[in-house]
Design a protein around this ligand. Structure first.
Ligand code: FEO
Length: 364
């Protein structure tokens, strides 16, 4: 802090890490010198330490979005006196905070990146860099001692940003498409995210990625096969489908749900054009791992997909019908034709040329 300049704290950390957070602040300044404390978003990874930190900030004015004040109150009413919430400055779009020496903050709400309360704080500096404190937006669930995009393996950083988008933001894409142009229009030179690496060298690229992801743009017409298997019959179908699709030169990835991580699978689902889901029938319904994945996928709603359901059964079917219904619930354009095989597939059961022809046609 230079003479005449105010000191600003932005966001906190998950509560178990408060001790480290406070230690880090003390290495930079005495918390009593902090003039403003901005809460960009109230989810607990960012504001979990709110009730603890404010005890160390006797001279700070608290700032949050209008929705943020309500959400802070909803989370911490049992720990923090009502007078605190009544004193928080509720900022709205375009409000400016002058912190001296030519530095100003502008606040821009970005509802649903990631909650209705979310906002970004954009600091312009007449003599230096324009910094966007973006909170969840453009972040990753990625821990590295190297703070900047260009210090890390860039492929890995973009993969982590993509995985974050697929698992946290995908179902909010329509709202993100509305909020993103406001952020993209700012003359940003640095993006400080609240988790993951910060961006200084690849800002246009990450904004372009968000623009594509929120529109559901598909870069490559690929196929994702997701399945589980009890006695290897559904596995045989999945393997044969993989060969048939590969044979046509179409990229295909296959995940078995017993061993795959859903967060990886949904990331691939966001990128693929076709999603093929297979399950054995268990107790007239879905195999539990497939039911769990379909429920996760239904919530996240990957866009612009075509689908195909397959599976095996013994005495009575049921799983394939449920896959079709749950894919429809996720707005996937699922094929009317399905693959259902009783007990162990015979070689002639595994001829999928015709159905794959139809799938490829549907993929466009
Ligand atoms: Fe919406 Fe990083 O929390």
């Amino acid at each position: 802090m230079k003479s005449g300049e105010k000191t600003v704290l932005i966001d906190t950390v998950k509560r178990p890490y408060f001790e480290y957070f406070l230690k880090n602040i003390n290495e930079v300044c005495d918390p009593e010198e902090i003039d403003y404390f901005i809460t960009n978003h109230v989810e607990m990874d960012h504001s979990g330490s709110f009730p603890l930190i404010i005890k160390h900030l006797p001279n700070a004015e608290l700032i949050a979005s209008e929705r943020g004040v309500d959400v802070l109150r909803a989370h911490f009413h049992h720990e923090v006196g009502d007078d605190i919430f009544n004193k928080i400055r509720a900022v709205k779009e375009g409000d400016i905070l002058d912190i001296g020496n030519g530095k100003k903050f502008t606040f821009v709400p970005i509802p649903m990146i990631h909650w209705p309360d979310s906002m970004v704080s954009f600091m312009t500096d007449e003599n230096g860099k324009n910094v966007l404190f973006s909170n969840d937006a453009f972040g990753q669930h990625y821990a590295t001692s190297k703070r900047w995009d260009d210090e890390n393996d860039l492929t890995e950083v973009f993969q982590e940003a993509e995985k974050y988008y697929a698992n946290i933001l995908l179902h909010l894409s329509g709202l993100i498409a509305k909020a993103l142009p406001k952020v993209g229009a700012l003359p940003i030179e640095v993006i400080c995210t609240s988790h993951g690496v910060c961006w200084r060298s690849h800002i246009p690229e990450i904004i372009e990625k968000y623009t594509k992801w929120c529109k559901g743009e598909i870069e490559e017409k690929s196929v994702l096969i997701v399945y589980d298997s009890m006695w290897d019959s559904t596995k045989k179908i999945a393997e044969t489908l993989t060969k048939e699709i590969k044979h046509r030169g179409i990229p295909v990835k296959r995940y078995k749900l017993t061993t795959a991580d859903y967060s990886d699978v949904i990331t691939e689902a966001m990128k693929a054009k076709a999603i093929l889901i297979g399950s054995p029938t268990l107790n007239n319904g879905l195999y539990p791992t497939v039911a769990e994945y379909l429920s996760y996928q239904k919530g996240l709603k990957p866009m612009n997909k075509v689908g195909l359901a397959f599976g095996s059964y013994g005495w009575g079917g049921g799983a394939v019908k449920e896959i079709v219904e749950l894919m429809k619930g996720a707005k996937i354009d699922v094929m009317e034709e399905t693959i259902e095989i009783k007990f162990v597939p015979k070689p002639e059961d595994l001829d999928f040329k015709e159905i794959i022809d139809k799938l490829v046609e549907k993929m466009g």
